[in-house]
Write a protein that binds this ligand. Sequence first.
Ligand code: NCD
Ligand code: ZN
Length: 347
Amino acid sequence: MTTTLTLRRPDDWHLHLRDGAMLEGVLPESARHFARAIIMPNLVPPVVTARDAAAYRDRILAALPAGMDFTPLMTLYLTEETDPADVAAAHAAGLVTAVKLYPAGATTNSASGVRDFDKVQGVLDRMAEIGLPLCVHGEVTDAEIDIFDREAVFIDRVLDPIRRATPGLRVVMEHITTRDGIDYVRQGGPDIGGTITTHHLVINRNHILVGGIKPHYYCLPVAKREEHRLALRAAATSGEASFFLGTDSAPHPDDAKESACGCAGCFTATNTLSILARVFEEEGALDRLEAFASLNGPAFYRLPPNDGTITLEKDAAPVAYPARIETGAGPVTVFDPGMPLHWRVRP
Ligand code: NCD
Ligand code: ZN
């Protein structure tokens, strides 16, 4: 017998689509299931101005295969030179849905990010006034801070001071990987939300390092101890309005991952919904998958949920996913959850 589960069509509140041949290769993987996604601006060079965002949106729409229904929600990459008036105009024109803060050096293509947070206070004040959310990569970059502590230290040293200095600023703490992040978002009131990735619900740091180094499990923020993974699972499956799906699906060609200095990023667009259904089922929370994947995100962003639906079907036979997606920029390995998946999205 087949069990089915119908949800409002989901959205992805944190997605890397890249550009050019990679964009063409990976876009259908997201557009097949997701109606909208917050598109990360960390291209080379980054998407900094309203003009850049408009041009990137056009390239995404041009790469979308005919018949697929997908809306990219654009973001601007915050730099110390960002002009508050340009941001406000892009927001007023409906061109951008959020601004992204990368601490300089925190992750892939973050060199143009922020070093001195005082220099962006004018932009943040303007965003608070107009209600434009700030998406935050929450890791400090100080060399002396252990990589596994960088998220927790960021909350104390950067995120909380920014929020205190900017009353009314709406913030998304992205790809939360720690209990500290969950607790901070949970007690932070309606102006803060948090995204959780698919892979951080499945792997802890042992998966990356035990029995040989697994480059396809390496991403930033890096997966933490098991106790943190369990806190993420509890939050994601709780139904609480503050937590929603941001896959952080981040494609890199295999040769850039399987290297002496491998890039950070897990590519989960292809099988995210099958993995989430399994995780939520294991937690006895299938009835809360729709809140996490389809309802809480739009509510935070003050957008309507999608009209359409998707149906997941559970079969005795596992779903077969390709091990990698072939793109014009090279093969991209699909995240391996290390367990059979039985829920498939009905085509
Ligand atoms: C992202 C990427 O590759 O652009 N990598 C990652 O590990 N998540 C950047 C990011 O979101 O940190
Ligand atoms: Zn990301």
